[in-house]
Write a protein that binds this ligand. Structure first.
Ligand SMILES: [Zn+2]
Length: 88
């Protein structure tokens, strides 16, 4: 399901989480630092939202750059929190 070249990180700690090598939907994914845990299925749902958000914000950044011809203050906008994120 998740590309093995990408790592799941805890959104709060920004640290890679421990994940079984061949995860099943009900396997637990755990952040070793803050102890956050979810099933792999739920983590993957959160990661998909994160991916969609990243694609969307990249597109919006390009659009606003095209409009103004330069970067905007929106670059400093607060990123929404994701419980789980995916890293390239
Ligand atoms: Zn954490």
């Amino acid at each position: 399901m998740i590309d093995p070249d990408k790592a799941i990180v805890c959104g709060a700690c920004d640290l890679p989480v421990t994940c079984p090598t061949d995860p099943k939907p009900d396997d637990q994914v755990v952040c070793v630092r803050c102890g956050a845990r979810d099933t792999y299925k739920d983590v993957w749902e959160a990661c998909k939202k994160h991916i969609v958000h990243r694609l969307k914000s990249a597109r919006e950044r390009r659009a606003s750059t095209a409009r103004s011809g330069q970067g905007t203050a929106d670059d400093n906008a607060q990123e929404p929190m994701f419980k789980w994120e995916i890293r390239d």
